[in-house]
Design a protein around this ligand. Structure first.
Ligand code: ADP
Ligand code: TRP
Length: 321
């Protein structure tokens, strides 16, 4: 079974990215043949500053390794190291109805936010489909927000296989983890860098913990019982704490006697401890840039070898050779 996922290199990783994308990808290692790539072509739909793109790609590579990706058990590479993906995207575009792309939420949301619509932003799902299909991927772990892109991908496989024969492309499946499908941000909305409500994975202790201390709460007194429903503190604490500690906090909410300041302190500690080993590993990688380069280079070679087999099959099927 081949598992594949793409990581968007878009600035500092936050807790939502970690539980929604990074951790599921790393957990899936060993379940099958894991392919992971940094979606640098995709990032170009919104970043046109070369130094920024380079730095973001570098950071996501370091972060992914620091979070526990084991290069001896999977393939990790930059999307642009396999430029053949653009050829497959083109083939897919030729069977992709405009309406399919016009309906995509992520495109519509970006337009609604005032980002000007370039062709790449519109065609993004076709490139994403190519990312997946170029490696005959079976399972694609993604966040809830990517579900529609996986549906587009499956639609395109159907069209290609109808037109050019069963088996031209392999039908992939999305894997969306329900328990962490949507990590709430510090304001209770979905955690997202575009909402300015994120808790970063890495960074300095004081300012990061301060973000937690600033979470808005109601005015219940210390002795009052507090609502557990829709509590951002509880939702985040569940991600970091043991089941026992989490249940303790739930009963402290229900029974009264503890204030929100106390709950926030517990959350801040659990959060900081959770990422401690990753912070240590990150420091090591920052000090050893060659190690990161070597992993990406080996990954690119392996990925390119696999891609050429699939592309060869597609080229024959469509009549290019
Ligand atoms: P952002 O919303 O901060 O811009 P991205 O769109 O770059 O984040 O998302 C990168 C990955 O992280 C995607 O796979 C997305 O599904 C996942 N992700 C982002 N925010 C969350 C969240 N709050 N909960 C779960 N997964 C998330
Ligand atoms: N669009 C994904 C995101 O925003 C990143 C991505 C690009 C991806 N290509 C992919 C994810 C292929 C899974 C498979 O997070």
């Amino acid at each position: 079974m081949r598992i594949l996922t793409g990581l968007q290199p878009s600035g500092k990783l936050h807790v939502g990215n970690y539980f929604g994308a990074i951790k599921p990808a790393i957990d899936a290692q060993g379940e099958g043949d894991g392919y992971y790539f940094i979606a640098d072509y995709h990032a170009m739909t919104t970043t046109h500053v070369p130094a920024e793109l380079r730095e973001n790609v570098r950071n996501v590579a370091i972060d992914f390794l620091a979070c526990g990706f084991d290069p001896s058990r999977g393939v990790f590479f930059k999307q642009s190291s396999v430029p053949e993906v653009n050829e497959l995207a083109w083939v897919l575009s030729t069977v992709c109805p405009m309406g399919l792309l016009e309906r995509c939420h992520s495109y519509k949301d970006k337009i609604a936010k005032g980002i000007s619509a370039n062709h790449a932003l519109f065609a993004y799902p076709a490139l994403m489909a190519a990312d997946i299909l170029l490696y005959d991927s079976n399972v694609v772990p993604v966040g809830e927000d990517q579900k529609q892109h996986l549906e587009v991908t499956r639609d395109l496989v159907g069209k290609i296989n109808d037109q050019y024969g069963e088996g031209t492309l392999v039908m992939p499946k999305a894997r969306i983890r329900d328990d962490v499908a949507k990590v709430p941000g510090l304001d209770g909305e979905k955690m997202s860098k575009s909402y300015n409500n994120t808790l970063p994975i890495f960074g300095d202790e004081k300012p990061n913990k301060k973000l937690i201390m600033r979470i808005k709460t109601d005015s219940a007194a210390v002795e009052d019982s507090k609502p557990t429903e829709n509590s951002v503190i509880l939702a985040l604490y569940q991600l970091f704490a043991s089941e026992g500690d989490y249940q303790q906090m739930v009963s402290d909410y229900e029974n009264g006697g503890c204030g929100y300041g106390d709950f926030k302190k517990r959350l801040a500690e659990a959060y900081w401890d959770y990422f401690a080993p990753m912070r240590v590993r990150r420091e090591e990688l920052v000090a050893n840039p060659d190690e990161v380069d070597a992993v990406l280079k080996a990954g690119a070679e392996k990925a390119r070898e696999e891609a050429s087999k699939v592309l060869d099959r597609v080229r024959r099927a469509v009549g290019l050779v």
